[in-house]
Structures are given as C-alpha cells and as structure tokens.
Write a protein that binds this ligand. Sequence first.
Ligand code: 290
Length: 994
Amino acid sequence: MQIRNVASVGGNICTASPISDLNPLWMAAGARFKISDCRGITRVCPAENFFLGYRKVDLASNEILLSIFLPWNSPYEFVKEFKQAHRRDDDIAVVNAGMRVYLEEKDQKWVVSDASIVYGGVAPYSVSANETRKFLMGKHWNKEMLQGALKVLEKDIVLKEDAPGGMVEFRKSLILSFFFKFFLWVCHQMDGVASFDETVPESHLSAIKSFEHPSIIGSQHYEIVKHGTTVGAPEVHLSSKLQVTGEAEYTDDVPMPPNSLHAALVLSRKPHARILEIDDVAAKSSPGFAGIFFAKDVPGTNKIGPIVADEELFASGIVTCVGQVIGVVVADTHENAKHAARMVHIQYEELPAVLSIEDAIQSNSFHPNTEKCLRQGDVEHCFFSGQCDKIIEGEVLVGGQEHFYLEPNSTLIWTTDGGNEVHMISSTQAPQKHQKYVANVLGLPMSKVVCKTKRIGGGFGGKETRSAFLAAVAAIPSYLLNRPVKLTLDRDIDMMVTGQRHSFIGKYKVGFRNDGKILALDLEIFNNAGNSLDLSLAVLERAMFHSDNVYEIPNVRIKGKVCFTNFPSNTAFRGFGGPQGMLIAENWIQRISMEVQKSPEEIREINFQREGSVLHYGQQIEHSTLERLWNELKASCNFLSARKEVEQFNLQNIWKKRGVAIVPTKFGISFTAKFMNQAGALVQVYTDGTVLVTHGGVEMGQGLHTKVAQVAASSFGIPLSSVFISETSTDKVPNASPTAASASSDLYGAAVLDACEQIKARMEPMASKHYFGSFAELAYACYMERIDLSAHGFYKTPDIGFDWATGKGVPFRYFTYGAAFAEVEIDTLTGDFHTRRADVILDLGFSLNPAIDVGQIEGAFVQGLGWVALEELKWGDAAHKWVPPGCLYTSGPGTYKIPSINDVPFKFNVSLLKDAPNDKAIHSSKAVGEPPFFLASAVFFAIKDAIIAARAEEGLTGWFPLDNPATPERIRMACIDEFTKLFIDSHFRPKLSV
Ligand code: 290
C-alpha cells in the first residue's frame, strides 16, 4: 500500500527497473523526456537514449525529470504492449515489451517506414532490438518478413545460459512469441485496408484476443442436519467480526510489558560450513544493544527436535544450512536488534553441500533410520509373468511450497517470580511444544513454563514444530537477562529459516493391461527433509500411505527415503505428504490414459477401490462414498458436454487451448503416530449459566473454536452465545498434540463433549428434581448444592494402530473423500493461464458447521491451486547458479506468488455430499482441513490436458512430463512450436528446485 501511495510514473522511469512495464513502451512509442537541472535549464532526451545500464539513466545528480512528451500516433502507426508474469495480477514481468510500427503504402504494398521493438526483462535495462528494427525497415509487412524478422530477433536479444533471473529458454520464447503476436495484431488492425493482403485466419486470432476477467461467481450447496441447539448450523465464525475490523489480537499486537527487549537472529550465510570465528564486537557497540547469546550460553540442553533431538538451538561448530540460527541479539527496538545482528561477522570454512534430492541420492545422504517399505502382492512376479500389456517407468518432480501464513512467527516471552517461572504468548499450532522446548533449553521443569495462544494468523503446518525453536531462542535472553523479549520474524527471514512443504521425487514403474487396469506399482519416493528430521519421516509415511490415491492395485511395492540436504528443515504443510503421494499417482494414471488412448477418467473409474478393498497397508475400505461423489460431480459439472465444448474450442483456436480434468481424492484421518490421537479439554460452567471451554486445540482461522463451542452449546442445550473459548493454554489442558492432521474438531469436539457430559451427569439429579426456567438457574442451583461445575474431558481415537515392522495395520480412523472438476484456458505462446471453472464436492458426513467447512474447502482449493500452478521456490542450487548456493531466492511476495483474488476460478461451485453420516467421528461429521487441498490438482491436470491439445497441433501425441508447479514457464515450454523449436528439443524440462 505504501509503495502504491507514493509511486509515480516519473519515479518508475528514473529508477529504471529492468522489468519496468512502462519503460519499453515509452521507448517504443517514441516518447521524449524533458529534463531540468537545478538552475532551470532544460534539455530533451528521447526515451530510447535515456536508459544506460542497470538502474542507470541519463540524468546528472543536479537534474530531474520534468515532463514526458508522448507523441500521437499517425494513421497506420501501431503501438502495442506485451507482458508475461508468473501471476496474472500484481506481479512484475518475466518479459515485457513495447512495439511500434509505422506502415506506408508503396507501390500497392504496405511496407515498414519506421519501427521500434523494445523489451524488458531480458537485460539489465530496457533494450531495443536494433538489428530487428533495421531488418524491418522498408520490408513488406507479410509472413515472409515475419520469418526473417524472427531469425534476426533471435540473435538480436541475447540471453546467456546463466543470466540472472534464470528461465532463459522461457524468456527467449517470449521474445519471439510477443513479436509474433504483434505481427498478427498489426495485420488484424490493417484488415480491410485497401491493398493490405496479409489476412489473419480466424483460428489465429486466438493469439491476440485480449484477456477479459468476468466477475467471479460461485455457489455453495449443503444440507443442514442440526443436532441440538447449534451443531450442524452454518454459524458465523466466532471471531470473524474482530478479524475483519482488525481488532482481533495476534501475538505481535499484545502490548509489550515494561522493560521489554526485541530479539533478532544471527543466521548462517553458508549451506554447510565450519564456523571459524564469530566477531561480535561491532554488534555490541551498536545502538540499543542489550545482549548477545550463542550456544555456550544455553543453560539447559542445546539439542532440540520434535521426534529426534537432532537440531542445535544455536549452531555450535558446524552450520548445515543458510538461515540456521547461530545466535540471538536483543536490543531496545526491532530495528536496532536487526542492525546489531547484521553487525556480527562470522568466518566460515566452507564444506561440500547437498542441494537437491538428486544430490542426496548420489551422495547417499539420508536421515538415519528413515528407510521405509510397504508391500502387497508380488510386484516382481507381476512384471515378469507377462500379465501386463505395458510397463512404464518415469519420474515425477514435485516442488515445495511456502506456508505464507499472513502472520509471521512471533513470540513474547517473560519471566515471573524473580525469574523462576517462564510465561509466553506464541503464534503456534503447538503450545505444548513451546512449553517443552523452552523448559528443555532453560533446564526448567515443564510445570514452570506456560505457553498461551489466543489465535494465530494461519499456520497450515508451518507452526506445528518450526515455531517452537523460535520460542526457545527468545527464551534464552529473556531468562538470562530476566526481561521480557519479543521475537517477531520479518517475512523474508520467516521464509528463509522456517522450512516449507517438502519437495518430492517419485520414481515409478507401473504395469497395466490394454484396457487400463493397473496390475502393479513399484514406486520409490524421496522427500527433501533439509538439515534436521523434524516431521519428515511422518510426512514420507503419509505420502506412502497416499500413493494409491483411490486406486486398487493388486501388486504394490513402495519404498521411501528421507533425504538429508543442506536446506532449512522442511516441515508439515496441509496434507503432510498426502498431496505429494497422490500427485505422483495421478501422474502415472494420466500417463496410462495416453498409453492406452483412453480418457484419464476412464482409467480412474476402472481402477477405483471399492467397499471391502484392502489397501497396500492392510486397512480395509468401509463406507466408501467415492463412487457416489464421483457420479454426482460428473453429472453436476456436465463433464461430457464440457469436454466436447473444449474440443470444439480447441479446433477453432490455434494459440489458446482449453483443458478439463476431474480428479478424486481420499485422505486418511488420524495422526499416523498413534499416541498423538488424544485430546483434553476443560469445561467450566459459571453460575450465570455461561460456559468457558478450554481445549488443547489452537484457533488458526479455521473455525475450530466455533465448532467446538457448538458442540458444548448443543450438549448443554444452550445458545452458542453462552459458550466462550478464550485461548489455548498449557496450564489449563496439558500435553496437547499440535492442532494438525485435520483432526482437531474430531478430537477436541469429542473431549469437550466428554467434559460436558460429566457435568450434565452431575447436574442431572438437580435438573430432574426441579423445574428451572433457564440453564443459568440450574447452574446456580447446582452451585448452591456444592456440585462441581468444572470437568476435564478426554478423548482418544479408538481402533487405530499401525506396525511398520509388518507394514500392516489401521493407521486411519476413516477417510474423507472428495472430487473436483476444473476447466482452464492457456495461452500457448506465453504460458498464461486461468481457471475458468472449478466444481468441488466433498463428503463431510453431517457437517458440524457447513459454512465454515465450505470456507475450508474454498481456501484449501485455492491454496492447492497455488501449489500446482503458481508458487515456485527457487534455491541456489545446480539449477539456479545465479543464486548463491543454498540461499532462497524467492523469499518474499515480490518473487514468490501465492494466488491473488483474480486466480480464484471464475466459476467456483462447492457442494457437500448429502445424507452421508459418518459414525466414526463426533456427531457423524468428517474432518475437512487437509482433504480438499489435493483437489486443486484438477487444475494441474486440466492444464496438462490443454497442453496435450497444443502439442497435437505440432503432431506431438506421445506422453510428456509436466513438473509441479505448472507455472507459465512450464506451460509455455511444454507447448512446443516453431518458436521454441529454435532452442529446445521436445525433451526439454524447465529447471525446478526439488
Ligand atoms: C499430519 C500431521 C502429523 C499434519 N501427522 N498428519 O499423520 C499426520 C503430525 N498432518 N500434521
């Protein structure tokens, strides 16, 4: 907002950004800049000559840009702009251009009398394609000229192999694509002009049709099945009003106590190195400095980790990633703390670093004891016995994803009672982990450490473990100086140090019959864990459990390994490996469809698991709603006619293609670590009949507190407004699992219900003896009779358990099923895409709150859409040599693009399956948080479907890989055409950090 408020056209010109959208246009349009010096003496500089180098312009230190003169264009003089970015809105260009041509009729031919072709994003400043301009001069504006000009242009603008920004092939393609578009556009403008003979065929107009964003429409369908006063009702999120007005308090909003300090991290700048020397002299004398602490200062243990304590709180001798914490500085202000941290100089001896999954495989770099295997049937026998008509092998690359919660990590921590107790307020999904880590690093008993969380501004898994080490870091100066300390991470630091969704590589071998029936799957999957184990093994295991998605495969062998790499530790993220496993599966499903020349839907359908199917890990399918959902969705989205319409569109449009896909999902509900499936609650009834509920779960915007309050209200038969949930606190409910795995409504709903029922049982004798006009009267009467109105509730998920020794068991209480349809349109010349429509259906049993659940589905789908098509993490690795090794290039919203409002599908329909009670969870509901995330892969496969149509124009009908995310770069480069053929072959695969 600040930037927009102060930005100006003149500023944009003078800062001379190499990807300024306007500067190529000023140059192409022949604008002239009037420049004045401090004495008022003016001169005029053509825009074309103004840009001299990287952010260097023809402006002396005593000069300013006074005005811009933009000439009118003449008849038959055409000016046009072009731009392609990662995201349609609010994004800087990958390449942009301004083009102008002035045509004149000579001897009944239209020839170029002047032209200007200018590009941004291809050099350190906006550049003119001068050779191309020379070539164009005097040429007849026709196809022959186009072919010649493209040849000249390709040599005219040169991008080196390792040019900063990367994507060299994509950028080269855009240079040519834009010129081609300009050619067609000018021809179209000239259409009908006497003696202009270059006509654009109708189907080619698709290259120049302008993009129009219709208003977004959506629908939400669900039935309301009420239970008691409020369960099942679409109640409004209890803190929504505070959130939208900005009054809702988050950790960083809490007023700082007197005498507080701000903390900043001293971070490693090397991916793998020995620390030789730490020089903190300058830091100590910087303004506001109050203290600096390293490994040697930690009073308790310096070793931390949620499962295995394989991390150091502060690196003591060796650093294993860029962004690893070496120390912490405290100062009087946030800025002073950051400044002091920057003043710490560290000398390193660099060591070889492992910077990708492939690197890890090559160098046998795996976390200890993380090799896992699941099997069913006999894969080898199936491959050799000749049962399979075809056997395919391939590799799927799945990129990572940043959580991008709106509220970065934040902790406020202080000591009480002379420094003997520690209290903190943290933005976390796991207050209990904060309590434990802080107790451990300070050497205190857990009973003297309290962590409270009122709400958090999104977590998505990113605050399940990675927030805890930050609380522990802040605890050191607070405890040792006996002063309150706040640590709030800036966005870039948060992105650089707290880990992301795991990237994965899946190597598959699949055997199937010609009718598409799958017979055997031999799969190896690898995830990129980074420099500590964190939850990476559980993430790998969930990926292995979900590698079948919804398909019955008689013979399966899945091997998994957790790669140690020199990156910050990757962690939980909505879906927790499930989406990666399912995406790999849907990749080979899509490939089978091309191999046997059937539609992917047919392959999916003939392989569906059914009631009674035994999964590769031994769990049996019960109460499957997959086929019901699937058939309902196919009917409601009118799939067959949607496909026909797309085919018709593709026949009529050469340079724009549409694609459709319909994808199912099944998500296992329960933490796969059995012990985590337990929950506690504390319910307190007051004498005025109001109820304060506290439970172990954290409100992160997902509506957990609203749903749990509904459960309590319905149990007591009171209105929702009588129930309040204030915060999560480790001193009210101990030993809580993180709020994660989609399971919190199931777990805490049940724990709260247990507590309510205990209190109701105690109230019952009183309630049955007398008439009470209200719950308040009853509560007061109970109080007067000395009846305990407070209860601790508890729930543990029954009948689950898995044994990795045998690879068999029941890891999940039940499955949440869903399916989605998507239709997209791509521009094959630029890779631009948008989602025209998405229809999502989910089975959520009898939803506890359908309004909140629909919100979860819409949010998960759009977040998933970011994962499959927009968000790409770029690290300094072999694929990105222009980034320093191990550094995150995409460390902020300028380079890392989450979906914006205009990436929401133009038509977005969400429905919940009706009449499908689930007897395995509270009030017949089902878990919602993670299951819909994967459904956005329908957008990915719709994009692939569109690319298939584009490649068919070039006679390319075979299968090809498309890595996740399918960004404009990957879309464009997969749409092989006459332009891309100049510098890539049909096997080209854009670089991806995995
Ligand atoms: C999850 C988790 C954990 C988010 N275990 N699934 O099985 C799981 C810890 N989703 N967090």
